[in-house]
Write a protein that binds this ligand. Structure first.
Ligand SMILES: Cc1cc2nc3c(=O)[nH]c(=O)nc-3n(C[C@H](O)[C@H](O)[C@H](O)COP(=O)(O)OP(=O)(O)OC[C@H]3O[C@@H](n4cnc5c(N)ncnc54)[C@H](O)[C@@H]3O)c2cc1C
Length: 407
């Protein structure tokens, strides 16, 4: 497998947007997508809140446009499920279910999230035989048939309305008291007026019945304890999402729910590894914020790779010894030390050069050389450290240290 500048795991809006920005910046970019390109957004029929589409668009249309855009700039999109990663080294290794290995100089994790299952009897057995998590994919199979929807957030209510285009009746099971739903008001009001929708309040689904196909759903009223069997041919679950990050456990820092922790540059705890979209800890999980994250992650990755290349040219393959002077903008003492170091280097008449390293931005370089505090300075020759320099001397004494003896 060739070495890619950028491997993006996941081809939803975050991954596609990262692909657009990455390939446009001339990075050799590949997106590995295990399923349908477009992610969750592909599974929603109507998208009315993505900027530029006042009259709305469909998830599949919007995602196809994004995928064409990414491919247009040269991003490869390959159907592969990533099952393991080695992220620590300079060259990251991405391993797939088919046994392939992709090598990357930087990685963006854009694996999003997947529907939560309730793990109730019958749910796993009847998956694909009446149990579904995607109305866009499956609603049309229920023409004139009764269907149950579980949940009361935006996705549940909006998809319930979409299903009424096909189903004879849609029963929505809501855990809350009558009239209380967790979705936006406009959708709730429309759903309450929809004659094909019946709400069942204070209730949860406890069992799904059927042999080879779904026949009925058992619902428990949480206030009375009463069990009711609702005849149905299909059930759609919208009871939340879980991040698709299981294969990354122990590889990048996550919160206790498995969402990846990043800063506002989408950097994870591992150098050269970024996370974008629904898979990361964030406030709002939508197509627009996923696309935005993808753009930020790709630009951050591009700058990281450029900085690495610049470091290679300026330091590792330099034709003269280099003083690496580590400083931190919040530490005045380090600024003074670097200024004295610079004076000493200038007085060598070009025999030695100085490269300043801002520790607040170039953590990777500091880590590589084991530097934990500033000021600090190293003399590097032919890519190897030959000595540590004392930063607390005058420029004359520093100049005397600028002879290379291998460390
Ligand atoms: C029913 C529904 C309706 C919605 N409606 C709207 C709406 O109207 N407006 C809106 O803005 N947002 C909506 N959203 C939310 C929006 O779809 C998501 O916020 C957005 O898709 C997140 O994008 P993402 O790229 O981070 O992740 P995802 O869209 O989840 O994409 C992640 C991709 O990564 C792939 N993947 C996961 N693991 C691996 C792996 N190991 N190897 C390879 N590939 C992998 C997945 O197959 C998937 O394609 C809706 C969501 C749902 C479920």
């Amino acid at each position: 497998m060739p070495v890619y500048d950028l491997v993006i795991i996941g081809g939803g809006p975050a991954g596609l947007s990262a692909g657009i920005y990455g390939a446009r910046a001339k990075l050799k970019t590949v997106i590995l997508e295990k399923n349908v390109v477009g992610g969750q957004a592909f599974t929603t029929r109507e998208i009315v809140n993505y900027p530029g589409f006042f009259s709305g668009t469909t998830g599949p249309d919007l995602m196809a446009t994004m995928a064409d855009h990414a491919r247009g700039f040269g991003t490869e999109i390959i159907k592969e499920e990533v099952v393991d990663v080695e992220l620590e080294g300079e060259e990251k290794i991405i391993k797939t279910k088919r046994g392939n290995r992709y090598y990357a100089r930087a990685v963006i994790i854009a694996t999003g999230s997947q529907p939560r299952s309730l793990n109730i009897p019958g749910e796993r057995e009847l998956r694909g035989k009446g149990v579904s998590y995607c109305a866009t994919c499956d609603a049309e199979f229920y023409e004139d048939l009764p269907v149950v929807v579980v949940g009361n957030g935006d996705a549940a209510i909006e998809e319930a309305m979409y299903i009424t285009k096909y189903a004879s009746k849609v029963t929505v099971i809501v855990i809350h008291d009558e009239g209380i739903v967790d979705c936006n008001r406009a959708s709730a009001e429309k759903a309450f007026k929809n004659e094909k929708i019946e709400f069942v309040w204070n209730s949860v689904v406890i069992e799904i019945k059927g042999k080879n196909e779904l026949e009925a759903v058992v619902v428990k009223n949480l206030k009375t304890g009463k069990l009711t069997e609702i005849e149905a041919s299909g059930i759609f679950f919208y009871v939340g999402m879980v991040p698709a990050t299981k294969f990354l456990k122990g590889k990048v820092a996550m919160d206790d729910q498995g969402y990846i922790i990043t800063n506002d540059m989408m950097e994870t705890s591992v150098d050269g590894v970024y996370a974008a979209g629904d898979a990361r800890v964030k406030y709002l999980r939508q197509v627009i914020t996923a696309a935005s994250d993808g753009a930020v992650a790709a630009v951050a990755a591009e700058r990281y790779l450029a900085a690495k290349e610049e470091f290679r040219e300026n330091v590792l393959t330099a034709d003269k010894p280099v003083v690496l002077a580590f400083w931190h903008p919040a530490q005045e003492e380090s600024l003074t030390a670097v200024a004295i170091m610079e004076k000493a280097v200038n007085e060598t008449g070009g025999k030695v050069k100085l490269v300043k390293v801002d520790m607040s931005r170039r953590k990777m370089i500091a880590q590589k050389y084991g530097i934990t505090k500033t000021p600090a300075a190293l003399l590097v020759k032919e890519g190897k450290v030959c000595r540590e320099l004392s930063c607390y001397l005058d420029s004359e004494s520093i100049k005397a240290q600028l002879n290379c003896h291998e460390r």
